[in-house]
Design a protein around this ligand. Structure first.
Ligand SMILES: Cc1cc2nc3c(=O)[nH]c(=O)nc-3n(C[C@H](O)[C@H](O)[C@H](O)COP(=O)(O)OP(=O)(O)OC[C@H]3O[C@@H](n4cnc5c(N)ncnc54)[C@H](O)[C@@H]3O)c2cc1C
Length: 484
């Protein structure tokens, strides 16, 4: 009998758990450790954050799904990994601290044969003083954050209706943020909602971003085909913003947020203040606060994780300067080079470097969009890791399954309005996520799989994804037929 322990029940961890349970016989155990009682379909938090969807529609309780599937669920936060055992354990184990009602703080050790770290991002609001719901800005990163943001937006719209003029700032709250696609999507939705309420003329909407150019999205921008013509995501996003009267502030690192004021530095080293009435700014991401120890109890966290807390896997972390970067640096199997029974999936793996060119201001401030590991790659990586583990549990000597981001695509759909006839979406697809300049010398990506479209089609696609992914996550009949 083998035991697989999965840390995290987000896109990657939950996908891994369901696939592992389906493929492993009942003789083997699948255990999930996650601090949250509910699963959240995060992409739809955008709609919650503009008041177009109640938070309940993007959440459901995990325990009944796991009970039905025969997956053991520990509602707890993993705090330590002991890959060599020790302290009375012959086996590898993790230490977890309960977050379940009535058992808060209770610690236990769970032994494992295989471990998947799918702990996603730690929302690092602390990186910028005053950033986030505990400071002076709003967020849509969790369902409760998004619901609170919708409440503030409602109040702001009431003020606009009463004749006030307000400034809305949306974007990234630090120079090293990722997930610019989500900020873009929120901007697009905000503009739509303000127009719908008939108050857009009294609202100034500013997109404040760490991207050096519009349309960078942390992937260095895209060249794509639109209605048969070749264009760039820069031109495409610029024209979307111009049409909607959205101003952009580029290459910005927020240094501090004070009540109603964002302080930021730009790539040229200039320092600015931007007063606001409503600000939704994303935090930078870190890895979860996990520590690792060897058999003797020595701290080996800096060997297992990178300085930002993401698990090091089979990537080339020694590529050095931007000029040396290549598609080959990116991981394929997501296996720890130190312990071959430890894997990472989703945001938890340490990328070898940015995809977008990093820049430093004359003051030495790094302004560098971090690489996005969006939903589709997170799910695909999780499934590949599970297939490798299943092979190993069954005793096969087969090579590890691969899911490199240099060979997989991703989609970003900014969809606004809930009506099937009046909604609209700006939809982008890219293939591959990480450009491969050797394979695609002209643009780094396959033009056939890289596109940008505006219109109702993307809007319907986003709604369909919402329904399908929630169906799949609830493990309803034939869920496995729905791709990652
Ligand atoms: C507002 C927003 C909109 C987005 N929109 C899109 C979109 O349209 N399309 C798209 O593809 N992607 C989108 N994304 C990105 C997508 O949500 C992520 O790529 C995806 O959730 C990453 O999956 P993950 O499993 O790595 O992390 P998560 O889904 O965040 O899951 C992490 C899990 O680990 C748990 N965890 C954390 N710490 C610990 C610990 N110490 N021990 C145990 N468990 C722990 C968490 O509670 C959670 O269950 C969006 C992101 C945001 C923030």
């Amino acid at each position: 009998m083998a035991r697989l322990v999965i840390l995290g029940a987000g896109v990657a961890g939950h996908t891994a758990a369901l696939h592992a349970r389906r493929r492993l016989g009942k003789a083997h155990e699948v255990i999930v450790v996650a601090p949250n009682a509910q699963w959240n379909w995060i992409p739809s938090n955008i709609w919650v954050g503009v008041g177009k969807m109640p938070a309940e529609k993007v959440l459901f309780p995990l325990a009944p799904v796991y009970r039905r599937q025969g997956i053991e669920f520990h509602q707890a936060l993993a705090t330590e990994i002991h890959p060599e055992g020790g302290d009375g354990h012959d086996h590898s184990y993790v230490v977890v601290r309960s977050t379940a009602k009535g058992a808060e703080g209770r610690e236990e050790a769970i032994e494992y044969d295989f471990l998947i770290n799918a702990t996603g991002p730690k929302l690092n609001f602390a990186a910028t003083k005053g950033l986030g719901p505990d400071g002076y800005t709003l967020s849509v990163c969790t369902a409760p954050h998004a619901a609170a943001t919708a409440g503030e937006l409602k109040k702001a719209i009431a003020r606009l209706k009463a004749g006030e003029h307000l400034r809305f700032v949306v974007g990234t709250g630090h120079g090293t943020c990722t997930c610019e696609g989500a900020a873009f999507e929120y901007t697009f939705n905000l503009d739509h909602v303000l127009r719908e309420a008939g108050v857009r003329d009294r609202a100034e909407v500013v997109y404040l971003t760490n991207e050096a150019q519009l349309g960078d999205f942390g992937v260095g921008g895209l060249t794509f085909t639109q209605q048969g013509f070749q264009t760039t995501s820069k031109l495409w996003t610029e024209s979307l913003y111009r049409e909607r009267g959205i101003q952009a502030i580029l290459g910005a690192h927020c240094t501090q947020i004070e009540p109603g004021v964002v302080h930021y530095e730009q790539i040229d080293g200039s320092l600015h203040e931007l007063p606001f009435d409503f600000a939704m700014l994303l935090p930078p991401f870190r890895g979860a606060d996990l520590k690792a120890y060897d058999k003797a109890g020595a701290d080996i966290s800096d060997q297992l994780f990178n300085p930002a807390g993401f698990l090091k896997v089979d990537a080339n972390y020694a590529a050095g300067a931007y000029e040396n970067w290549s598609a080959d640096d990116w991981p394929k199997t997501y296996q720890s080079p130190l312990y071959d029974n430890v894997f990472a999936a989703g945001i938890a793996f340490a990328p070898p470097h940015q995809i977008s060119q990093p820049r430093t201001s004359p003051n030495g401030t790094l302004i560098a969009p971090a690489p996005p590991r969006t939903g589709m790659p997170s799910g695909m990586i999780a499934k590949a890791v599970v297939l490798t583990i299943v092979d190993r549990i069954r005793g096969g000597g087969a090579a590890a399954h691969e899911a490199p981001m240099t060979r997989m695509g991703a989609a970003c759909v900014a969809s606004a309005g809930m009506s099937f006839f009046k909604g609209s979406a700006a939809a982008m697809t890219m293939h591959p996520v990480v450009p491969d300049w050797r394979k695609y010398p002209a643009t780094g990506r396959d033009l056939k799989g890289t596109s940008g479209e505006i219109g109702l089609a993307g809007h319907w696609m986003k709604h369909t994804l919402h329904v399908l992914f929630l169906y799949k996550a609830k493990a309803h009949p034939l869920w496995w037929l729905i791709p990652e």
